[in-house]
Design a protein. Sequence first.
Length: 568
Amino acid sequence: MKKMFMTMAAAVMLGATGARAQVQPMVLGDQHAMLRLEQGHKYVLLPVEEKAENASVRLVGADNQSTLRPNVRLAVDNVDYFVPMELRGGQLLDIVFHGDRRTTGSVKDFACWREMKYTDQIDTANRERLRPAYHHTPTWGWMNDPNGMFYQDGVWHLCYQWNPYGSLWENMTWGHSVSKDLVHWEALPAAIEPDAIGTIFSGSCVVDKNNTAGYVAGAIVAFYTSAAESQTQSMAYSTDGGRTFKKYEHNPVITSNLPDFRDPHLFWHGETGKWIMILAAGQEMQIYSSPNLKDWTKESSFGREYGCHGGVWECPDLMRLPVRGTGEQKWMLICNINPGGPFGGNATQYFVGQFDGHKFTCESKPEVTKWMDYGKDHYATVTFDNAPEGRHVAIAWMSNWQYANQVPTKQFRSANSIPRDLDLFVDGNETYCGVMPSKEMLALRGKKLKKLSEACEVIVDLKGSAELTLLNTKGEQVCMRYDAQKQTFSMDRRKSGEVNFSEAFPIETVAPTHGQLHQLRIFIDRCSIEVFDADGRMAMTNLVFPSEPYNTLKLKGGKATIYEMKIQ
């Protein structure tokens, strides 16, 4: 995917394609200024300083109407990076600063006025050392939950929670990327932007093959949470294959008096001939049905006494999956929770049972909690609608709310996990979620390597208990251990590199293996390590931030084969 990174080191190069603004702000008070925009440019590059307080930046058009009003941490003393604002015919920036003037000084002296630039072309070259090579990332800005994921006509669409105006959480918008292979992503313009009803929180897209909503057969219909004073559910639709969306004229579609009421996920239920929506509502999931995607009936609720309730329930999904070796199918309800994860912060729990089109019934006892991934950095897991071959392909946000805003990257923050195919398997008296790297990852495998690279896959054939350590010349290391007797797998990142940005980051995570392991697949990509049992019974995802790539692998109790990843 095309990458963008603009630091102060890149400022001179940016100046080659953009002109530094001759900025003379109209200072209207201690916290208020206006700036008349030069015409004839496509973007203004806004200087960002992350330690600054947010400023409300309103873009005013020729008719004196406001077209954008994001919050931006405009630079007061120094510039960390730049973010582009599309001018869209804007004539004026109306800016209200929210910092304490006694500590930040006079508005007229702020660094943002000296460094602001105009440009018609954004440099998208990747200059960030820690940006992943083969994971999906935003071209710039903050990203969290994957949203609106669907497949149509050979193209995978991935929307995501995005802040286009900085690398900290703010201004929630649906960013949009597309791929033909789930690995190489092309960034598209934002899919759905904030409006008068609210900013755009998480949700999903469906392919309306039978034109139940009345737009066109094959229309893409998006449902998302509009977040303002309250959280309500809204709809948008696309008749051009998801390239552009038009918002439904009767939004919001579903309302509630609950403070946490969000993240609608939809699918078609053939037996009842209706669409099913599952919504996170505080400490439970609510299920709705509709024949036409517009008129919704509440069917039931699930979860008050089940699983982990250490935090808010979010980002649900509900799907029917095959159970390995049995010929039967069961339903799995995904429930992402924050906090409450097994190692602190967020995680993805799930429940297995039956769904009759109206009610989900869990087959496990209420006190049973099952985790999909036993790493620290796996959250907001959801699946693609309309995936080919009946597949259920999931992607997760690869971070943790305990430190996501503090990780040591600047121009972008956060990546998504590699794609994973889901099914079910039985261990003892319980049914568990099987997680396998999607088959598209095999196509990335290149030639065998003699030593580790910063972006590679390691296959480990096990002979029993084993210990594997990744090291670099700085003495930084990640140690992974498989205990065949205890049937556990662990990863220790306490000495993995930069870990002091959060006391919650240095940790060892441990997973049950549900039987003996014979082979591991380990995906290394600059700032992340994802480990899978080759039979799909264990998954662990953790971020790492080494000061230089790991280049040495030490292994006891097995044989390792290293493959390059064909990125281009």
